[in-house]
Ligand binder design. Sequence first.
Ligand SMILES: C[S@@+](CC[C@H](N)C(=O)[O-])C[C@H]1O[C@@H](n2cnc3c(N)ncnc32)[C@H](O)[C@@H]1O
Length: 249
Amino acid sequence: MNYEDIKQNRLYDEFAHLWNLISNPQDYALEAAFWKKALRDKLGPGRHEILELGVGGGHNLSHLKNEFRATAVDISDKMLDNSRRLNPEVEHLVGDMRSVRLGRIFRAVIIHDAINYMLTEDDLHAALRTAAEHLDPGGVFVTSPDYTTETFTDGVVRHGSCADENTRLVHIEYEFDPDPDDTTYEYLMIYLIREKGQLRIEHDRHVTGLFREARWLELIEDAGFEVEKYAYDVHDDKRQSYLFVGVKK
Ligand SMILES: C[S@@+](CC[C@H](N)C(=O)[O-])C[C@H]1O[C@@H](n2cnc3c(N)ncnc32)[C@H](O)[C@@H]1O
């Protein structure tokens, strides 16, 4: 099989039902605490209205929804179904973070790890404009890429295994950068899926964005925000990462 022929983002489509096996909402408690603190720091007390773009299965949001009134957008209706089950009190809407316009203003817009799917500066700029369009001056934007160019390590392998009553799953992930001169890296997922006694092997390719930290800050400023970095010490490998926190000018 040619690597280039592997279909992309199958986890968010035909394998969306595996999301809750691969990822456990409880594992997001530490991350969510940093997001909550940044939002509280900028917004103060109150059950403010927030918008999450690229909510996925809503695992991070499940820790924020009791503090804030949330609306959630994702490009995948199947991933939204996962979040709808976990967060039934949240309004869920299909949309692309680069172009969606809800015609409503929020106190904050957050983009958790879905921001990784912005592959070019044009993509990033479009997503940042979407955030700005849903905020008044003083409104808050928070995001955090998994890696910046400075923190990325080529060739990392991760794996896990999990099961529910129907499915036993082993997943292997290989992160690598085929072209260090462009603004993307990739990860290949291999799924060993055992259902009804049968083993299937499936591949899934994810192409994700990689930008220098200084460029992130410039692009967020260019979209109309004053931006700060908040330490975000959540990764097992102890790499230094940040929440980028913007206040709309
Ligand atoms: C890793 S998942 C997010 C998981 C989420 N942080 C959670 O806590 O469950 C990434 C999500 O980004 C979404 N996504 C990718 N590109 C998008 C886009 N252009 N607009 C909106 N959502 C997008 C995918 O459909 C997927 O659901």
